[in-house]
Design a protein around this ligand. Structure first.
Ligand code: BG6
Length: 475
């Protein structure tokens, strides 16, 4: 470690997250020359030798990194070590001999171990940053409701300061998410119309064809509201709605995000049905393939009421947004991988052009099936009549020569550099849970609405729509 300035310690280094997401990201960062001075220390309960750990990682990289190159891996291996141990402070203390001056701990662990790990590290004095930085990256979910999130915060803050804690939401590392900030605040033409006077509605969709992917243990406890809406979609929502920051600064940015969440009109406990819809997929088919229903999936109890689809309607009661509905939805086993932030403008006040009266404009920041920017507008149909027809101005997001980074690459680098702008401050998590509290309470009883696998979701989602709005089709 002496020749390295920073150690990245992965707790849970033999697990699924490390294999699927962290190691591929670290491999690519190494291949691109970003890991100079960084040593990787794996840590997990498996009583393995270093060789076995490396073989395990190599297997994962060959599977998840299509461009895998043994020569690149050869170089990366030299800076990887492994230590076996549990999360007790006594065992964790052994890590002290492995560490460079600066240390980043990544909790790639099951959520119920986040607090235990943070405390164990603290008791072993591994959070002490007098010689160099000590940071802790925590994965989602941060709690499963408001009370548990607060309990987890207290447990973590026993030894760690807020500025040492990096709560990751990988959507904040996605290009389209970051582009919400750039596109909004680098263009003059948007700001004057980015408000209730000109915007009729916003629809934020993250539809997946994927099912459980072997994650039944986690997913059946979580459900779509906790898995996607509380974190990822809430982030897309706050970035769409926030006020322009006056300076580019992580604290100012996060302050503005919290401001949005605090302005959300509370969902009335007795009216949850008008603001939230949940669904669960039943047997169906997708691209010619027969699929079982959620309750027939391996390991899922046949009586499970976990929602695999969730939709919400939120209002932001501030000067900018009063009266504009924000619709959020996400689900598994839907008919398409389709994701976007879609903003609809009001119709023009007078319409002259044609039998199919021109309506409104949509601005779309598309994430799936590919990233792009689209403006749906109206233009003259060539011919004798002054007739309008819809046209789409589309800019593929990536241009030749671009070298995008994956979300995990971006965020790992940010954490190494100590930039918290794209990590969640506790009050963001807290307010997101607050917004959902009435929904969580209402959903403790009753049943999600069935929808066939491969469909657009439960029919009941139409219930949320106000002012003659309709959900956008998935593709
Ligand atoms: C994860 C959820 O956080 O995000 C998954 O747990 C979901 O259920 C995933 O599939 C979606 O993100 P991405 O980047 O894989 O499309």
């Amino acid at each position: 470690p002496q020749s390295f300035s920073t150690t990245l310690v992965i707790l849970g280094a033999t697990g699924d997250l490390t294999q699927r997401l962290l190691m591929p990201a670290l491999y690519r960062l190494h291949a691109r020359g970003h890991l100079e001075g960084v040593f990787l220390q794996g840590y997990a309960v498996e009583d393995w030798e270093r060789e076995k750990f490396l073989a395990h990682l190599e297997q994962a990289l060959r599977r998840f990194v299509p461009e895998f190159d043994p020569a690149v891996w050869g170089g990366l291996q030299e800076r990887i070590a492994y230590r076996a141990g549990d999360l007790s402070s006594g065992r964790l203390a052994a890590l002290r001999d492995d560490l460079a001056a600066n240390v980043l701990f990544y909790l790639a662990l099951p959520p119920d171990l986040f607090g235990v790990a943070a405390e164990g590290l603290g008791r072993a004095k591994l959070q002490d940053d007098t010689q160099g930085f000590r940071r802790l990256i925590v994965e989602k979910p941060f709690g499963y409701d408001l009370a548990s999130a607060e309990a987890l915060r207290q447990q973590m803050h026993r030894f760690w300061r807020e500025d040492q804690i990096f709560r990751i939401d990988h959507f904040l590392g996605k290009e389209t998410t970051q582009n919400l900030l750039v596109f909004r605040f680098a263009n003059r033409f948007l700001e004057p119309i980015w408000n209730t006077q000109h915007i009729a509605q916003v629809q934020i969709t993250y539809a997946e064809t994927l099912g459980l992917e072997g994650r039944w243990r986690y997913y059946d406890q979580a459900g779509a509201l906790r898995d996607m809406l509380q974190n990822h979609l809430m982030q897309l929502f706050t970035l769409t709605a926030l006020e322009p920051p006056s300076v580019w600064d992580a604290e100012v940015l996060r302050e503005h995000k919290v401001e949005v969440l605090r302005s959300v009109r509370p969902i009335p406990a007795e009216q949850v049905e008008d603001f939230a819809v949940r669904g669960q997929y039943t047997a169906g088919s997708l691209e010619g393939q027969e699929l079982p229903g959620y309750r027939q999936e391996a390991h899922i109890p046949p009586t499970s009421t976990t929602e695999t689809f969730a939709a919400l309607k939120l209002y932001v009661d501030n000067w900018r947004w009063r009266g504009v509905p924000f619709y959020l939805r996400s689900g598994k086993r839907l008919c398409a991988d389709y994701a976007e932030v879609a903003v609809q403008f009001h119709e023009v006040p007078a319409q002259f052009f044609g039998p199919k009266a021109p309506g409104s404009n949509w601005l779309i920041l598309r994430m799936q099936p590919r990233e792009s920017l689209e403006l749906q507008a109206w233009a003259k149909r060539p011919g004798l009549a002054l007739e309008a027809r819809p046209v789409t101005l589309e800019a593929p997001y990536e241009q030749p020569g671009d070298a995008p980074y994956s979300a995990y690459e971006q965020l790992l680098l940010d954490a190494l550099h100590g930039d918290q702008a794209h990590f969640l401050r506790f009050d963001e998590v807290e307010w997101a849970w607050r917004i959902l509290e009435p929904v969580q309470a209402a959903w403790k009883s009753g049943q999600p609405e069935p929808y066939p696998a491969g469909s657009e979701g439960p029919l009941g989602m139409a219930r949320l729509m106000s002012d003659g709005h309709a959900w956008r089709p998935l593709g």
